[in-house]
Structures are given as C-alpha cells and as structure tokens.
Ligand binder design. Sequence first.
Ligand code: PMP
Length: 348
Amino acid sequence: MSNWENNIRKVVPYVPGEQPKGNNLIKLNTNENPYGPSPKVKEKALAADALRLYPDPAASDLVAAIAKYHGLSEDRVFVGVGSDDVLAMSFMTFFNSDKPILFPDITYSFYDVWADMLRIPYETLPVNDAFEIVPEDYNKQNGGIVFPNPNAPTGIYMPLASVREIVSKNPDVIVIVDEAYIDFGGESALSMIDEFENLLVVRTFSKSRSMAGLRIGYAMGNPVLIKYLNDVKYSYNSYTMNRPSIELGVLSIQDDAYFKETVEKVIHTRERFSAGLKELGFTVLPSSTNFVFASHKKVPARELFTGARERGVIVRYFDKPRIDNFLRISIGTDEEMDTCLAVLKELL
Ligand code: PMP
C-alpha cells in the first residue's frame, strides 16, 4: 500500500444551491435576480477576438468603470471572478496570522470552507436571539474579521455605526465587509475606506446587476490593500477575468437607470411577499436583501421545502443548528412570488 493519499489536501467543499436542468421550475434558491442584465449588455455582440485573445490581466477597463461609478481612484479597486473569487483571494492575502479570524456563527457558509482549505484558524461568534451580529463581541484578539452586511442567510442589516465600531476597535487586522446584498438596503461601508486603511469592502454583479452567470465581483479599499491582493492574484493566475466579463461588466455598471429600476422592483416585491408570508403565519426576519428568511410557527421548514420542491418551487433549506426551521426564499417576479405563496398556503 502506498501512502500517496496522506499527502493530499483534503477539504470539505461548500455546497452551492441546486441549479436544476430545464426551466419549468420557479427557482428561488440562489438569490438570482429575475430581471436579467441591462439591455445594453444583452444587445452587445461580442467580436471573435473577445474569445481568441487573452484578456487584459489587470482588467483595467472594468476597474476604471467601477472606480468611476463609485467616485474612487483606480488603485482602490480589485476585480475577480465573482465575489467568491475576491473573497477567497482576500482570505489568502489578509488572513495570515496564528490568531483566529472571527465571523458570525450564522453567516455565509463559504467562510469556514475557505478558512479550512487555507488552514486559517477561526472562531465563530453567535448572533443574538434576534439573529443580529453583536459588535462588542468582536473586541478581542483575532487574526482578521469578515462578515456580510446585510448578513446572509438572515437578510439582516447592521447599522453603519456598528460596522464602524468593529473596524475602529480592530486597527491591527483587516476587516472585510461582504456587501453582496447592500444595493437592496442599508448604507455601504464604502464611505469609510478613506478613514480606515484596514477596511476592505467586497461587492458583486451577481445579485443587484443580475449577472451571476458571468461571474464578476470586486473589492474596494486603500491602495496598499489592493496592491497586496493583486500580488497574490498574479502569483496564482494572471487571467482570472475573461474578456466577455470585462466588456459586459463595463456596460452593466454604466447603465445606472436600469440598475435602479430593477433594484426598486425587487425591493417592492420583497415587501409584498413578506407581508403575504406573515399573513400565512410565518415569522419573517427583517430583510435588506433580495431574499427573505422565514420560519413557520406550526409546520417544519424541512417539510415545506420538500413539499414546495414537489410542486415546482425551489427554495433553500439549511440543515444547520439554529436555522434548521427556516426557509431562505429568493425574490423573483411578483407573479413567481404569488405562486410561491399559493404553494405554501396549500402545504400549510
Ligand atoms: N457573499 C455572500 C454573502 C453571498 O451570499 C454570495 C452568494 N452565494 C457571495 C458572496 C458570492 O457571490 P458571487 O460569487 O456570485 O459574487
């Protein structure tokens, strides 16, 4: 018997939500946006060179467009293949201490996977009974901090004053604020990147810009952080972003009117849908995102999840402590959410 298997890096991977084949299902399980990207993106015909040539390793056109949109200098922006790529690179770059990194117990379930894969020690800090992050808890020795704001899968937004408290009390480590859902509610920590050189804000085109399939994410922070991130990226893969993503990403971020219109529609539907769920006897956490997190007083979430799947509506269920009686339901069109409510009503 050889021992080669002993030298393999063994990891327990992240499990993404199901991407079912065919389109006769109402898909409310991975927080996609039902409206699709800007017409400027959809109408763009890509030249064959967009496939033949290597992309610009710095993705400068996209960096410039994102910097312009946010009113930042270009040396404050880093782009990657979805915010998952940006976050993974950030873990690799900034979480390099013997002390544990800190994140909430109920949060994006990729954080512990990256930490395990990269051998980064970590400690999870419980959210309170209302599922809110408790800022004071982060006032302890650590090797870095990461949390989404609004948090996922709870959907709860933490006021900027609390984010400021966490960042200001931890000047010796990098604090990453994952703002995947910020366009659907709440104030961004972007306004604080000049003030705090240890703050990195991460965003995505997957949700509010409806481009999950193209894989575009970005980080914003002071130029020294961005430089270190680029050093790691160029030591790993020069061409993380492909040419079509760079080109179409620019067109997307330039169409602000379409962006605002579709974000407003999602928010409006979310409020309507949340009210409908409450009428059916659900407890619904206050959502600042494009999904809701809800629990029924009488019927277990697992049963509702399975029953809805059988009736053609896919939502997300996490079999994890504290949240195993909740459903996470992405916001689709008004029509899709009405069908979802009708299916849940029938199951109850
Ligand atoms: N952060 C959070 C909190 C998320 O829920 C997601 C979506 N799974 C991501 C980051 C990653 O999204 P993407 O890679 O599509 O940008």
